[in-house]
Design a protein around this ligand. Structure first.
Ligand SMILES: O=P(O)(O)OC[C@H]1O[C@@H](O)[C@H](O)[C@@H](O)[C@@H]1O
Length: 472
């Protein structure tokens, strides 16, 4: 394998420290990308020593240690693995204006081997950095790795795609959605396509509704600079939850090769739209007010440092979608995500229709059957009715379940593995990035026009919920 260099633009930021470097550390510890050179670039006045310390801290704090422990290795509490330490010790930092072609030229001039550039930057800065790269000769095979949100709408995403297409071929663009690197999310493929018993039931004949819910205890956690401009809809639904919807609804690909896998996802996303023409009927937005959560007193979102209260950013969003394919037409898909919600719930729930008729004489429980795929804790459960203990004609609800277990790598490690292996399977393709904005845009326009009120919920409460519209 040729030597690889990873350049992180935005190296001093929160994303790099919290997610990217830990994922990289785990990947290195697992023995991938030997000989990697890591270069950090940002405007901050850092030097190699400070950057190396950051890399060591982030490798040690999360990814590298977690990965080696899951592999059964004994490592002292504060140590990174030797492979990750070696990369940290050799890491370089270059003070760089990422929007300046001269600076980027200088940065790339110092690099050997195969290069991946990770844009750990806000969307607007990413676009400006890509523009600047137009004036730079990129080494052959350069991969560009972009974070979500990809643009701020379908038009901006299309513009950015046009720009990227002038820089490198589409196969070398990796649009990261780290949910596609989560083992539980990827397990949807195994669950659906490697079993006989579930797949035949997953259609509009048998399924009543599907909920994809990601309600978090986490509040803003100091991320106002990014989150206040994004909000729950762009942060979670337009990106992560639509990817889950695609995996739950796609037809079986012949292989998991990038082209086919991404074609099948694109098919269903093209067929997806808001459930009703009136976004007020099928969407809800809300933001948290002061409240208590897990023994913490949280301020109102509007009072969090860095928040522009008048912007009206939602911290909870819910949206019902229709997937207009032969298989799924008529089944509502409810996507919901909220911050500072008391009852953390992260799962996809497939609710089946009731049986056509329960014989007279079987009484008691008549809960619909449900298949639950938990995204944290990772779990699979099937709820159904049986003749339980006691009266043989009295029905009881039971659940059988299995734990998925953690993946070998954290999600960012999995995503980076694809980047270094030149495999874009887990990356979001250009057309899909645009489709995901197209799906939510009728709703964001209605929200902007004030047609859907911004509700409030106390932090720590369950938050408001939509009354599901009847099937049409
Ligand atoms: O559960 P995970 O992997 O931390 O993912 C959830 C996070 O995903 C991120 O992409 C969002 O920006 C966060 O707001 C969210 O909390």
């Amino acid at each position: 394998m040729t030597d690889q260099t990873l350049i992180i633009l935005g190296a001093t930021g929160d994303l790099t420290a919290r997610l990217l470097l830990p994922g990289l550390g785990a990947l290195l510890t697992a023995g991938h990308v030997p000989g990697l050179t890591l270069i950090g670039a940002a405007t901050d006045d850092w030097d190699d020593a400070r950057w190396r310390q950051r890399v060591h801290d982030s490798f040690g704090a999360h990814g590298a240690r977690a990965a080696s422990q899951s592999a059964g290795e004994q490592t002292p509490e504060s140590d990174t693995s030797p492979a990750a330490s070696d990369v940290a010790d050799r890491a370089r930092y270059l003070r760089t204006d990422v929007t300046s072609a001269d600076d980027l030229r200088g940065l790339l001039g110092s690099v050997e081997g195969s290069v991946a550039i990770f844009f750990a930057l806000p969307p607007a800065v990413t676009a400006r950095a890509c523009e600047a790269l137009l004036d730079v000769d990129l080494p052959p095979g350069t991969r560009l790795v972009l974070e979500k949100p990809f643009g701020t709408g379908s038009e901006q995403a299309a513009e950015l795609n046009g720009l990227l297409a002038r820089l490198v071929p589409e196969e070398q663009v990796h649009r990261v959605d780290h949910f596609l690197g989560k083992s539980t999310v990827l397990n949807i493929l195994g669950l659906r396509f490697a079993n006989r018993i579930f797949e035949p039931l997953l259609d509009n004949t048998h399924v009543e509704a599907v909920d994809i819910v990601f309600d978090e205890n986490l509040a803003l956690e100091g991320r106002a600079g990014y989150y206040d401009k994004a909000g729950a809809l762009a942060d979670m639904i337009q990106s992560h939850l639509l990817q889950i919807l695609a995996l739950l609804t796609m037809e079986a690909p012949f292989t998991l090769a990038a082209a086919e896998f991404r074609d099948r996802k694109a098919d269903v996303l093209r067929a997806t739209r808001p459930w009703s023409d009136d976004p007020a009927e099928c969407s809800l937005r809300a933001r948290y007010t002061a409240g208590d959560l897990d023994g913490r007193s949280l301020p109102s979102y509007a009072d969090e440092p860095g928040v522009d209260a008048f912007r009206g950013t939602e911290t909870l969003a819910e949206l019902v979608l229709a997937v207009d394919t032969w298989r799924w037409a008529g089944v509502p898909f409810r996507l919901r995500s909220g911050k500072a919600v008391g009852d953390s719930r992260k799962e996809a729930v497939i609710t089946f229709k009731k049986p056509p008729r329960v014989p007279d004489g079987l009484t008691g429980c008549d809960q619909p059957d449900r298949l639950r795929i938990g995204f944290g804790p990772d779990h699979l459960a099937l709820d159904f009715n049986i003749n339980g203990p006691g009266d043989p004609f009295e029905l009881d609800a039971v659940t059988i379940g299995a734990d998925f277990g953690a993946g070998d790598l954290p999600p960012y490690g999995e995503v980076l593995r694809g980047v270094f292996a030149d495999d874009p399977t887990l990356s979001v393709r250009a057309d899909t990035a645009e489709q995901c904005w197209r799906i939510v845009e009728p709703v964001t326009s209605a929200w902007r026009a004030g047609k859907v009120p911004l509700l409030e919920y106390p932090a720590g409460s369950a938050g408001p919920s939509l009354f599901l519209p009847s099937s049409r």
